[in-house]
Design a protein around this ligand. Structure first.
Ligand code: ZN
Length: 299
């Protein structure tokens, strides 16, 4: 099948149902509004209506519900067929990319919610950083007591993961966020930085936005001297991950400073790792991979 032929088959699903005859689990109600406002830090509307961004909440089926089409409901056969077609074309990975909502009338306690969803569009094949694939947009029309109250558009990318078979598999990337960016910047220049509370001096690792002892948000860092001992360890056999070569030992190392950190143990066969074994910090910097701390056993 040519790529163009596939696109024509995908586009044939536009306008087909993605979910049919969905019903909200509960009518719009004050306790859910109040809990949602508390969780989101949103003011409770004084007129008792539901905040508009709650739209999708009323359509969700909970953890035990059937397959999710971006808002619950009974997934229709056409949507499954479309996804299967993409799977068969090698677009086996999926990521939710964005959603968009329109609010047409306020929802009030007592409103009974029903909804339907259609496959609204399928993009031509696009190249993305994750891999190449197709954006699929579904549109859910949500009704309150039968009256159209809002629309929820939900877009996914179904894609063939970048990298062809035979490439050396890559290790998972560290998850870098605002709270731990400084830690990973340190690792990149081969320094393991321990956070130190500016108020009470308590050391902490992994990095956190505030001190667990005194609550202060002020901190500086202390570079680890690099000495430590194995506090605990596991030997990983399963699950196999393509970038790793099991079995291998991973230790929770107690650093000389008193905080603990996870890392691979090198320089000794995995079955020789023991609790209390002295280890020294090193940084592993495989080709094209970010640096990671590892611990060399002193034997
Ligand atoms: Zn503190």
């Amino acid at each position: 099948m040519t790529t163009d032929g596939l696109y024509e088959r995908l586009v044939a699903y536009v306008g087909c149902p993605a979910a049919v005859a969905g019903e909200g689990r509960d009518p719009v109600n004050t306790p859910m509004i109040r809990h949602w406002c508390e969780a989101m830090g949103h003011p409770v509307p004084p007129d008792g209506t539901a905040p508009a961004p709650m739209l999708q909440v009323w359509t969700m089926r909970g953890l035990s519900g059937p397959g999710d089409t971006g808002g619950g409901g009974s997934r229709a056969g056409a949507y499954d067929e479309l996804l299967t077609l993409l799977d068969e074309a090698g677009c086996t990975a999926v990521v939710a990319t964005d959603c968009e909502q329109e609010y047409l009338r306020p929802l009030r306690p007592g409103d009974r919610i029903t909804f339907d969803a259609v496959i609204e569009s399928v993009s031509p094949r696009k190249a993305t950083r994750l891999g190449s694939g197709y954006f699929v947009t579904t549109r859910m029309d949500l009704r309150a007591d039968g009256e159209l109250a809002g629309r929820h558009r939900f877009r996914i990318l179904k894609y063939a993961p970048a990298g062809t078979p035979g490439d050396r598999p890559r290790r998972p990337r560290p998850v870098v966020n605002r709270d731990n960016a400084g830690y990973w910047e340190g690792v990149e220049r081969h320094e393991l930085l321990i956070q130190r509370c500016s108020s009470c001096g308590t050391l902490r690792l992994p990095w956190l936005p505030g001190c667990n002892s005194c609550g202060s948000g002020a901190w500086d860092t202390l570079p680890a001297c690099g000495r430590g001992t194995v506090f605990s360890h596991v030997v990983v056999h399963h699950p196999p991950f393509p970038a790793f070569d099991p079995p291998y030992a991973v230790a929770l190392v107690e650093l000389a400073e008193g905080v603990r950190v996870l890392g691979g143990v090198v320089g000794v066969p995995y079955e020789k790792v023991r609790i209390g074994m002295p280890v020294t910090l090193e940084f592993r910097h495989a080709d094209g991979e970010p640096a990671v701390p590892v611990f060399r056993a002193e034997v």
